[in-house]
Design a protein around this ligand. Structure first.
Ligand code: BES
Ligand code: MN
Ligand code: MN
Length: 463
């Protein structure tokens, strides 16, 4: 590793990240409110120590947004760094080999030099903190080439409901030339890649009601539509024999890729055997006619995320439940939009219900799909930056996950984003034993300043 400041400060950079990872800033859990504030303050203090100015916690109707900036010359470009300090819940805790909020280093097959195991290690505290340390490094070595603004939010994992309002209300403050985000994955440590698209999201909760109370499953069983049986059947009916989604109109607005574009995407290395082995499955599944990368990158999906009802306690209770519930997500691709897809789902699901069953569909948060350009100066700067530190040109890919605010940055702030992520899909984001490679962390810190440098160099000189 070439940067002496990084070499000298490696242990400090790790220790500080560990401190941030010890704070259980779970946005979905209201009991974690104080931890949310601590995590926000931790980042605020570290940005201040690194030399950022006007650092503050911006209050919202929900969790605070950490803002900070360093403006060196308004004639120079401005990078807006976005990330999130909130994390997903860590449950089920018993599946963690070491506690989720006690970061521990272990070696893995994919990370032979060690990975940091903790909730948020990769998504997104580890990746956010790379930006804080890269900034510190540029400040301390007098190499910050342009202006930078940081906006680190605390509600990404619950849909960023208040960040949109904040952006709309603070357009002048957030004025920038590009948004730089490290909250996605790359193909492998020896195969850098940059996501050039993210899927959107429609998320709904359904409630199925049969009889007005739980019933004896012997006395009434056989004569009544069982809400759990019916829900299972309805969910199963949402895919056909080719694993296509059966909701009428679901695929209507999709911008299909042409043969060349599909071939291009499929050039990205992908080993299906490794994929299956890693996941412990003997076969993949999905929409007929598409590869795995296409199924997760450019095709929409529908998945049940949770399902419950009736008796799930110890032993057996013979009960025919009154209600059954499920949480269902749909990943969207351009140019589907979450509002129309949610409406199509709702209409269809209500119509699927057999007589004797009532259906309620409650929409949760949504997000729009995005495509980011691969020919912009910012993309080319990210490409060159990764090429500099990895020795290989990164491959443009499509990320399967969602960062709903990215579409809003474009719509409301007129800003395109660069998704320069350093995690791996196998880093167990949202799962037990989430981790982040130590090499990935340091490579990120090393790569970010090159992005600043190349982006600034490519920027037209303002008169
Ligand atoms: N960082 C992820 C999104 C991601 C991960 C994109 C890997 C591409 C590759 C983000 O924190 C996330 O988990 N987003 C949620 C959406 C949100 C509305 C809960 C998601 O994708 O489920
Ligand atoms: Mn994330
Ligand atoms: Mn996430």
């Amino acid at each position: 590793m070439s940067n002496p400041y990084l070499t000298e400060n490696k242990q400090k950079f790790l220790d500080e990240l560990f401190e941030l990872l010890r704070i259980p800033s779970i946005s979905a859990d209201s009991a974690c409110h104080e931890d949310i504030i601590s995590a926000a303050n931790y980042i605020k203090n570290k940005l201040t120590e690194a030399g950022a100015e006007n650092v503050e916690l911006c209050e919202t109707a929900g969790n605070p947004i950490v803002y900070g900036e360093k403006i060196i010359d308004i004639a120079l470009p401005t990078i807006l760094v976005y990330g999130h300090y909130d994390v997903q819940p860590a449950v089920p805790l018993e599946l963690w080999e070491t506690p989720p909020f006690e970061p521990t280093v272990r070696k893995t097959k994919i990370h032979p030099d060690g990975a940091i195991f903790a909730r948020g290690a990769c998504d997104d505290k580890g990746q956010v903190y790379m930006h804080v340390k890269a900034f510190e490094m540029m400040m301390n070595t007098n190499t910050l080439p342009c202006n930078v603004k940081f906006m680190i939010e605390g509600e990404e994992e619950v849909g960023s409901a208040n960040l949109g309002t904040f952006c709309i209300a603070n357009k002048a403050k957030l004025k920038a030339d590009v948004v730089l985000i490290s909250d996605t994955s790359m193909i492998a440590n020896d195969t850098p890649s940059i996501d050039c698209g993210l899927r959107g999201l429609s998320y709904v909760e359904v409630e199925i009601t049969g009889p007005n109370r739980d019933l004896h499953s012997g006395v009434y069983g056989g004569a009544i539509a069982n809400p759990i049986n019916m829900l299972a059947k309805m969910i199963a009916g949402l895919h056909d024999e080719n694993n296509r989604i059966t909701i009428p109109g679901f695929y209507d607005k999709i911008m299909e890729l042409n043969e060349d574009e599909r071939n291009e995407l499929n050039k990205a290395p992908f080993d299906i055997e490794d994929y299956k082995t890693d996941l412990g499955i003997d076969e993949v599944w999905g929409e007929k006619g598409y590869t795995v990368s296409e199924r997760t990158g450019i095709r929409p999906t529908l998945d049940c995320n949770g399902i419950w009802g009736g008796y799930t306690g110890e032993g057996a209770k013979t009960v025919l439940p009154s209600k059954a519930f499920a949480k269902i997500s749909m990943r969207l691709v351009p140019a589907q939009d979450s509002e129309s897809i949610t409406a199509l789902f709702k209409n269809h699901f209500i119509h699927m219900a057999p007589p004797g069953i009532k259906v309620e569909v409650r929409p949760h948060h949504g997000g729009e799909p995005v495509i980011t350009p691969t020919d912009s100066p910012a993309y080319l700067a990210a490409e060159r930056a990764m090429e500099t530190t990895y020795g290989k040109k990164p491959i443009p890919t499509r990320g399967g996950g969602s960062i709903p605010i990215v579409a809003l940055f474009e719509k409301e702030l007129g800003l395109k984003s660069v998704l320069m992520g350093f995690g791996l899909d196998s880093d167990a984001l949202h799962s037990p034993n989430e981790h982040y490679g130590i090499v990935n962390y340091f490579k990120g810190i090393e790569t970010i300043p090159y992005f600043y440098k190349y982006f600034t160099e490519s920027f037209p000189v303002k008169p």
